[in-house]
Ligand binder design. Sequence first.
Ligand SMILES: [Zn+2]
Length: 634
Amino acid sequence: MKYYLTTPIYYVNAAPHIGHTYTTIVADLIRRFKTMQGFEAVLTTGTDEHGQKVERSARAAGKTPEEFTTIIAAEFRQQWEKLGFKIDHFQRTTSPQHHKVVQGLFKRCLDNGYIYKSAYSGQYCFFDELYVSDAKPGDPCPDCGRPTETVTEENLFFKLSAFTEKLVELHEQNPDFLQPETRRNEVLSFLRQGLNDLSISRTTIKWGIPVPGYAPHVFYVWFDALTTYMSAVDGLDLWPADLHLIGKEIVRFHAIYWPAFLMAAGLPLPKRIYAHGWLLFENDKMSKSRGNIVRATPISDVVGIDALRYFLLREIVFGQDGSFSYDALVGRYNSDLANGLGNLASRTLTMIRQYRDGAIPAPAGAPAIAEQARETIASVIAAFERFEFSKALETLWALLSAVDKYIVEQAPWKLIKKPDAAATLDATLYTAAEVVRIATALLAPVIPDSTAKIWAQLGMSEPLESVRIDRLAWGQLAGGQKIGEVAAVFPRIDAGVAIPKMQELEIAETARQAALLGKAPSPPQDLIAIDDFVKVDMRVGVVLDAQAVKGADKLLHMKVDIGEAKPRSIVAGIAEAYKPEDLVGRKVVIVANLQPRKLRGIPSEGMIVAASVEGGKPVLAGFHEDIPVGARLK
Ligand SMILES: [Zn+2]
């Protein structure tokens, strides 16, 4: 039996951070757990590499989109390798195989009558050269804050509206299709408002998959990105996926668009979608502007990936938002891993070494502990099945505490001194060792590196990775088995040393990733140095000519003399505030050393300085006293 699962296909406009890592850790855990249950588990992840933002980032980094996406895709792949994730397919949306599958899916939808051409109107930021989805006319661009403009172009549309009823039925009749329940309810209430058709192509974008038969259209975002789940395993008989793991911000696309595309194409739907919450930093949203994004490798380099894996899975109720902090990470590690599992394992094995010459005593055991172990195995497996990782770990740790208490009560260090207590000592040591074995096997999907070490110390010959669920049952630890060398698997972490070290590495990693993306690392705060300010060359100019721009109701095209041989051609979004004839002869402020760009095909060789408040019209900067054209503002 196969079990095919996917992570989201990560967008290459950012380098991998702890948010991406969190989803991928869970996917890796589920893959390992399903393997343990006897499934042939297959995990796909990958990178979403098309679109204007990527095109623009590549240009900013001085690279072609091909070069840029290759570097960032490699960065994701290397991070996952370094963190030890078991990934079967790493799919790039730029791969020829992916193009073929996207085009194939489109053709099926087209043949079935779900595609048509129509005019698309959307909000566009001319400064960033980007469509701003979900924006209303006049809304500011989320990237630069400038007002967006309404533009119209011919697009291909997908008849999403035809699937409203079918999607409501899907979600109503299959409560497990989308979980957690809160997400399902959100989607159902969204569906009940009715769906609009969806624009799936653009003609203004170059960096995308060509729509077959519709040049120069390329696929826009979702038709391209979502299809990765299929293209990664094309021809492998793995579709439909058993699970799409996603973050809650992309629920609508996965639970509405994706099943609709597949229904339109007559293809089977994924069996399950599970959306997790956001990872906050000390209860604040992580964001570039706050400068509080955390990356996994600096943490893994200092305390090990298992510390991070355990922390995220134990601390956060999967599906809800959770918070990361270095203090909480170290606290959890020390209490649960160093003092908990680590201490129990090394204490048990050390006693077997000392009292029984390193041989596991014959199977026997405390019936109460054996019974609790049986119950724990069943409830941990059930909790893993429901993705209740935190609860699974809590249940398992209750068993570890019970054994700790049992060891203290039995006091092997006293039993060893009583000649008639040999059988009791054997039973005590066996009970403790058998719980360590069971806990280690159950935890292998959660903390694979550390459990492999404990497994070796127990003297187990079968590789931990090949252990299946039926080997968990009580009493399968063989008497007489020689244990391996005992060493601390979870040495205590000194927060005062480890946290500054992680923070220091984090700064270096941020800079390394920024260089990779071709971006200067963001300064710690918003203040700039005088050197930064003088880089901006602002000049007094006089408007010689101004014209409306055809098809763009907010733009004006001006000729502005700034004291150079030739006037500058400048396009600005001020048409709603100024009539062209009122501008001629007016003195204005021009940013003269801005990289030239084209707006609506017209070259813009500078920027006119204006003040504006949200929702208000721009007001041009000017002078009360006379000042010669070409004078520099300082
Ligand atoms: Zn913008």
